[in-house]
Design a protein around this ligand. Structure first.
Ligand code: SAH
Length: 390
């Protein structure tokens, strides 16, 4: 008799014990129940472990003094509190830092810490997917196929990696260097909403990393039918990557506009839960030379935003190797900003940060590639052959 090993079912081969760091509470509770704890105990222990992990930044179980010795030993046998491997870490002259986290073999995503954002300590730009399905023509990530959605734990782990580097454990409320989270890294957060929402729950948990929901911004290219759900589930601030004021141009720059046009998108924006003068929607507008940067377009933008509590971020285009656009001239950007300011909108021009380490908006692109099924099978086969007892 021959037994066949169905390798197609196991593309992610075991990589050692599972980490509990940054795991959403309900998932952590389920892990503990699977260990044999009853529901009540699992719930209590999950809260304790998550506090040690996400409030104190613990990297081992031995310090968890409110958990009995035997249970600690068992936890240490089954699990770790390890962060994803850091495949690359760069620090810019201006203090910007960029990490490339390896979540699994061939699954790598970037996060960028930008110090001194506004009045606050600093923002971490996190990725929600590796690669992207959207193909916005000016975005480097858009040239990369989707590898996969990140899990909630992998999204939270990006915050934990940054806090490790910034020395921000335990979570304090004063003088934090990392105060804001923006979902403006790789990927479209609204195509991974379940994981994004669960990650926000963990990041905002007052017993853990404890970042206020008003300091979390989710940026979307315009997945209109998901806006309501985003607001209801996360209470996060909304940012819209607008970049054009008419459908013809937006269809070209942000192709998802062909599915959800400006009218549909603005209906959803106007209905965004909780938006108002104290919770304005941010509109991102990348300045592309000769494409979307005329004074007439600045006036169109003002008209389009009428009645929407809005902030406008003008982003100088950041070129990447082979990119088909140039950044608008500085005078052109200033003239555009002037028109928008005159209309009463705050419209800061985002000075590019971390240019020396290619950490600026839209420059994020990991070397992760989507593997073909054949490649996955070959790898699985090789690993199975190398495994002891195989
Ligand atoms: N998919 C989401 C989040 C990722 S993009 C979204 O589209 O909003 C984060 C921001 O960077 C978006 O506003 C995007 O339009 C902008 N961006 C992408 N490439 C850029 C580039 N080369 N220069 C400047 N901004 C860019």
């Amino acid at each position: 008799m021959t037994t066949t090993l169905d390798l197609s079912q196991r593309p992610n081969l075991p990589q050692g014990p599972k980490s509990l760091a940054g795991m959403p509470l309900p998932v952590l509770k389920a892990e503990l129940e699977a260990m044999g704890l009853d529901a009540k105990k699992a719930s209590m222990r999950a809260k304790q472990i998550s506090r040690w992990s996400q409030y104190f930044g613990a990297t081992g179980f031995e310090d968890m003094t409110d958990i009995g010795k035997d249970l600690r030993a068992e936890l240490a046998q089954r699990f770790t509190l390890a962060r994803p491997e850091i495949a690359d870490h760069q620090v810019s002259k201006d203090g910007t830092q960029k990490w490339l986290a390896r979540f699994a073999p061939g699954v790598e995503g970037e996060s960028v810490y930008i110090p001194g954002v506004g009045m606050s300590g600093g923002a971490l730009c996190v990725s929600s997917q590796v690669g992207c399905t959207l193909n916005c023509t000016f975005c480097h990530t858009g040239t990369q196929a989707l590898v996969r959605n990140l899990t909630a734990q992998e999204i939270t782990a990006q915050v934990m990696i940054a806090r490790d580097a910034l020395g921000e454990w335990p979570s304090s409320t004063e003088d934090r260097r990392l105060t804001n989270i923006v979902f403006m890294g790789m990927g479209e957060p609204l195509y991974n909403l379940d994981n994004v929402a669960a990650a926000i729950d963990t990041i905002c948990d007052g017993d853990g990393i404890s970042i206020g929901r008003r300091r979390v911004t989710v940026s979307t290219a315009g997945v209109a039918p998901k806006l309501q759900e985003l607001g209801e589930r996360t209470n996060a601030m909304l940012a819209i990557s607008l970049h054009a004021t008419n459908d013809d141009l937006r269809n070209e720059l942000v192709p998802i506009n062909r599915k959800y046009d400006l009218k549909t998108l603005f209906e959803a924006i106007r209905a965004y839960p909780g938006s108002g003068n104290s919770r304005r929607v941010t509109f991102e507008y990348v300045m592309l030379k000769g494409i979307n940067d005329t004074p007439a377009e600045a006036r169109d933008l003002v008209r389009l935003l009428r009645g929407v509590p809005a902030k406008i971020n003008l982003i100088p285009f950041n070129p990447w190797p082979g990119s088909p656009y140039e950044c608008s001239d500085w005078e052109t950007i200033e003239a555009f900003a002037e028109i928008v300011n005159q209309a009463g909108y705050a419209s800061p021009i985002r000075t590019p940060r971390g240019r020396d380490i290619a950490a600026a908006c839209g420059q994020l692109r990991s070397d992760s590639v989507k593997k073909s099924a054949a490649e996955k099978r070959r790898e699985a086969l090789a690993a199975a052959e190398a495994a002891p007892g195989a």
